[in-house]
Ligand binder design. Structure first.
Ligand SMILES: N[C@@H](CCC(=O)N[C@@H](CS)C(=O)NCC(=O)O)C(=O)O
Length: 232
């Protein structure tokens, strides 16, 4: 069985959280939004039952599942990408929802007023939002993920889950958007920076990272504007 995976072409975006779990889990999928002639919005509008509001979504012909964290909970259960006890399942989902919260906040640093307007039209507000995000929110989240990891190798204990691969995407995205700030924080939160490296080194992801399926962040949710990265 091969999943149809739908996301915008050209950028990793929120789709990357799902894509990396599919790749790490060795789950067969087709990246439908990147195929010639694909029309993501038209496809979305074609669903009459359980329609997605926005990409990413997964379609296996029987189920159409949207919302990044929800898709991952599904994949976690179906494909063993999360612990299978109640505590572990909800803990993994909880972490993933927090990762998506941080992601939304990171997006809002460059588009704090209007997601459909140009960055140039909201630069002053972006600078203000980015300062708060950089100074207060990133450390607060890194502190939380340090506690969440505890002394364990992975969030769920002794095996990686979709929360670990999702965390990897988040750290990579933050590093793309706020490189100076992340370097400055790396000494204060060594546990989570080591964890980021640990997931980067997973043998399950080696082929993916070397493939053309793995795209640079570019102009997606995580964007690099030097003026939003502060002094470090
Ligand atoms: N909470 C949703 C957000 C989905 C979302 O905002 N998707 C973006 C792309 S990353 C989109 O295309 N949104 C179109 C829209 O909101 O109109 C999730 O986590 O999947």
């Amino acid at each position: 069985m091969t999943y149809d995976f739908w996301y915008w072409p050209g950028i990793p975006g929120r789709g990357e959280f799902v894509r990396i779990a599919l790749e790490a889990g060795g789950i067969a999928y087709r990246e439908r939004g990147r195929e010639d002639g694909a029309d993501v919005w038209a496809k979305r509008d074609s669903y009459s039952r359980t329609p997605p509001f926005a990409p990413p979504w997964l379609d296996n012909g029987e189920l159409v599942i949207a919302q990044t964290a929800n898709i991952l909970m599904f994949l976690g259960e179906r494909h063993g990408l999360a612990p299978d006890d109640v505590k572990g399942r909800f803990w993994t989902s909880q972490l993933m929802l927090t990762i998506m919260d941080v992601t939304a906040e990171a997006h809002d640093t460059h588009h704090p007023v209007d997601a459909s307007a140009y960055y140039d039209d909201q630069k002053a507000e972006a600078k203000r939002a980015a300062t708060v995000f950089r100074e207060q929110r990133i450390p607060k989240f890194l502190d939380h993920f340090t506690k969440a990891l505890g002394g364990a190798e992975y969030f769920g204990g002794d095996r990686w889950s979709y929360a670990d691969t999702g965390f990897f995407v988040l750290m990579s995205g933050l590093n793309h958007a706020f490189p100076r700030r992340m370097v400055a924080l790396s000494g204060d939160y060594p546990t989570v920076f080591t964890h980021w490296d640990r997931i980067a080194a997973l043998p399950e992801l080696r082929d993916y990272f070397a493939s053309d399926r793995c795209l640079p962040f570019g102009e997606g949710i995580f964007r690099y504007y030097p003026e939003l990265d502060g002094e470090g």
